[in-house]
Design a protein around this ligand. Structure first.
Ligand SMILES: C[S@@+](CC[C@H](N)C(=O)[O-])C[C@H]1O[C@@H](n2cnc3c(N)ncnc32)[C@H](O)[C@@H]1O
Length: 246
């Protein structure tokens, strides 16, 4: 008989099990799923191109982001991490997928980037181990919306642990009501229905403000669509947000 639940971590691990990759290959996104996702680099995935988020570039160009230590959460093939490194940030970048990180490493060698370190693994497990704050910037483009609802607890704890006082948190995630990217199911239904994460979670601005209410909002807007030939990435089905820690 299992009577193993004693700590908050035990509860989080139990809930993780409801979203285990082997339970549903399409909706449960573990490292294997992401490795497969990145194997064919020629697929027309918008964020496969080596161009940074338009919102990140805009914040750097406005002088809101001025260098220091940055952490890219769920960095994938490293497009934002490498942009930040090229702008003089000292960057740690973490991802579950070794296939994505191999690609990121190749890009780093091609561009001669030195001040970037790619870490393989679960960001929550590595926080305080390989990833030691304080960071002046924690940046997340597309990772947060792939986390199951209960992992927001861990996400906020990670920000609390790693983001410097006065530091900035940048987020890009699926927007609710934007035409189908990301599920709009209420949190409880993901647990009741047991059908995985359905390709990610869409958020309303109110939900984001509530979740990150411990931080000060500097910007929360739809991302601007960028044309294919642009040097920047932008899709208007995404929110882009910038918060400051007091
Ligand atoms: C939609 S992709 C975005 C990749 C990259 N940020 C970009 O915009 O090009 C989401 C990434 O988050 C990573 N990821 C998801 N959960 C993670 C976790 N717990 N720790 C580290 N990386 C994670 C996935 O492996 C995947 O590469």
């Amino acid at each position: 008989m299992d009577r193993n639940i004693r700590t908050v971590d035990d509860v989080l691990a139990l809930l993780d099990g409801l979203f285990a990759p082997e339970a549903d290959r399409w909706t449960g996104r573990g490292a294997d799923w992401w490795d497969d996702f990145y194997t064919d680099r020629s697929r027309p995935v918008p964020f496969f191109a080596a161009r940074p988020d338009e919102s990140l570039v805009a914040a750097v160009e406005r002088g809101v982001l001025r260098g220091g230590r940055a952490l890219d959460l769920g960095c994938g093939p490293g497009r934002n991490a490498l942009y930040l490194a090229a702008r003089g940030f000292d960057v740690d970048a973490v991802d579950l997928s070794s296939t994505a990180l191999d690609w990121a490493g190749e890009r780093a060698r091609e561009t001669g980037a030195e001040n970037v370190r790619f870490h393989h693994g679960d960001a929550f497990a590595l926080a305080g181990e390989d990833l030691t704050g304080p960071y002046d910037l924690v940046y997340d483009s597309g990772c947060f919306h792939h986390l199951p609802p209960h992992r927001r607890v861990s996400y906020l704890a990670l920000l609390e642990q790693l983001l410097a006082p006065g530091g900035l948190f940048g987020l890009t995630c699926f927007a609710a009501g934007a035409g189908g990217m990301g599920s709009e199911l209420p949190d409880t239904d993901f647990y009741r229905e047991g059908a995985g994460l359905r390709g990610g979670l869409a958020y309303t601005p109110e939900a984001l403000r509530e979740i990150f209410s411990g931080l000060t909002e500097l910007e929360l807007r739809r991302m601007r669509d960028e044309p294919e030939e642009s040097e920047r990435f932008g899709k208007s089905f995404l929110w882009t947000a910038l918060f400051r820690r007091a």
